[in-house]
Design a protein around this ligand. Structure first.
Ligand code: GDP
Length: 464
């Protein structure tokens, strides 16, 4: 791969105004190219002699002209982020000085780095696993402290370790099976059916736990798209304002004033809600306002797409047809019924809870106008989305690719267990087991076949 042999450079800090801008250089010629454009303040110093983990002050040169002051940080292969020779050059922030520096580097033979190329090199040079490389992106993209903690646990290699444990258990089993099937003349102990199924079941449970934690983890890292629905005047805008902490939508006592979808991100406990306030849901009929009808159509569409639905009802009024229609559409979705205006409803709400309970997993009484019930809503959301049960320091899958590989592995194990329970031979189960291992190796980016073969000879010495 040609790109492995080139020396690359790129701006490592975000573009825009700031105190410092850092350009990273990585590759076999890092010291040579930087040596040509870096003039140390102390004339006796030379870039080529710089030891790893040291710094040097100087100026960079563009077409021979002395430019900005520049601090060079040196890393020697393999003790660097990419595993190659790396030099980080810091100049004054803003883009002008960094742009000049990049131009100077490219002039003397550096190639501009492609997206994620430093991390890709780190992966190819064995500095990190595939799951860690993915976690780098997640750490950068994470919002909120818990999301960052979650991504960091993958970066620390905890996810790789958690998957590694599953791999080891399955590999040992596979090695045993392979030895037993392929070397019948050797003294390989027979595998009891019970032990076989137990190992598969245990590892399947591990994978199930990882798969189940994925969506809650994604909610912590990226937030959840949330839609507020309810017929006009139930208090949706009031609730939105309560969540947002200031007057975002115009609240009026006249029905049908909220027509546009208002986007707003608010933090509710440890979850970020990407909120969509929608036009009040009600049947406008044929002679209804066309713009309002369009707003309502969009509301129903949002309901299909949202990761969380807050359906608002007026506790002081009996359920109308529009309310029932909304409740029905919420069935089976991640939806919470907010019974608003508890202050007007008094002790006995006019809304029969039993009816709502058939459609919603959670019902939260509130008085949005007076900020009553916000904690109960926070708890209900954390519980419904599973974030309450998730340990942010535990390893979790952190990309759709990882989820798909883990799911493939889990399904293959299920198949292996079923095959065995239905009386198929060990060789049939072994095929499923190999599929599961392949999926896990895809997950971590390793090569299954070689690893499995190694294991066979390591544990059983059948080749002798
Ligand atoms: P929307 O049409 O669903 O967005 O409803 P609004 O948020 O505009 O609220 C309609 C009216 O109900 C406003 O006059 C609010 O002040 C009032 N309201 C909202 N929440 C409550 C509540 O919890 N108790 C009482 N008494 N009034 C409320």
């Amino acid at each position: 791969m040609e790109h492995l042999h080139s020396t690359i450079c790129a701006l490592a800090t975000p573009p825009g105004e700031g105190g410092i801008a850092t350009v990273r250089v990585s590759g076999p010629d890092s010291y040579a190219v930087v040596g040509r454009i870096f003039a140390p303040i102390r004339k006796e110093k030379r870039v080529a002699d710089a030891k790893g983990y040291t710094a040097m002050l100087g100026h960079y040169l563009l077409h021979g002209a002395e430019m900005d002051e520049c601090v060079a940080l040196f890393f020697r292969a393999p003790h660097s982020y990419t595993g190659e020779d790396v030099i980080e050059l810091s100049v004054h922030g803003g883009t002008a000085m960094a742009d000049g520096l990049l131009e100077a580097l490219i002039d003397v033979g550096c190639a501009p780095a492609g997206p994620g190329e430093f991390t890709r090199r780190a992966l190819e040079n064995g500095r990190m696993s595939l799951t860690q490389a993915e976690a780098v992106m997640e750490v950068i993209a994470a919002n909120g402290r818990q999301g960052a903690a979650l991504a960091k646990s993958a970066l620390d290699g905890r996810l790789a370790k958690r998957i590694g444990k599953i791999q080891t258990a399955l590999q040992t089993l596979n090695a045993h099976l392979t030895a037993w099937v392929d070397y019948p003349e050797e003294d390989v102990p027979e595998l009891s059916d019970e032990a076989f199924v137990k190992t598969l079941t245990d590892q399947k449970a591990e994978l199930d736990a990882l798969i189940q934690g994925y969506s809650a983890g994604a909610v912590l890292r990226h937030g959840v798209d949330c839609v507020l629905l309810g017929r006009p005047n139930v208090g949706k805008s009031t609730l939105l304002n309560l969540l947002a902490g200031f007057d975002r939508a115009i609240v009026t006592p006249v029905a049908g004033t909220t027509r546009d979808i208002v986007e707003q991100a608010v933090q509710l406990g440890n979850v970020r809600l990407n909120l969509f306030d929608t036009a009040g849901v009600r049947d406008v009929g044929d002679d209804g306002d066309a713009i309002e009808a369009e707003g309502i159509r969009r509301s129903w569409k949002k309901l299909d797409e949202a990761g969380l639905v807050l359906a608002v009802f007026d506790a002081a009024q009996p359920l109308g047809e529009d309310d029932i229609e909304l409740a029905r559409k919420c069935k089976g979705r991640p939806a919470i019924a907010v019974l608003n205006k508890q202050d007007l409803a008094g002790e006995c709400s006019d809304v029969p809870r039993g009816t709502l309970e058939t459609y919603f997993k959670k019902i939260v009484p509130m008085c949005a106008k007076d900020a009553v019930g916000l904690q109960a809503l926070t708890d209900a959301v954390a519980d419904l989305l599973g974030t309450a049960r998730l340990d942010p320091t535990a390893a979790q899958l952190c990309s759709a690719r990882q989820l798909s590989a883990a799911t493939r592995a889990r399904d293959a194990l299920t198949e292996a267990i079923t095959a065995r329970q239905n009386g198929f031979g060990l060789d049939a189960a072994a095929v499923c087991l190999t599929d599961a291992l392949q999926a896990l190796f895809d997950l971590t980016g390793e090569d299954a076949t070689a690893a499995t073969i190694d294991e066979v000879f390591e544990t059983f010495c059948v080749g002798k």
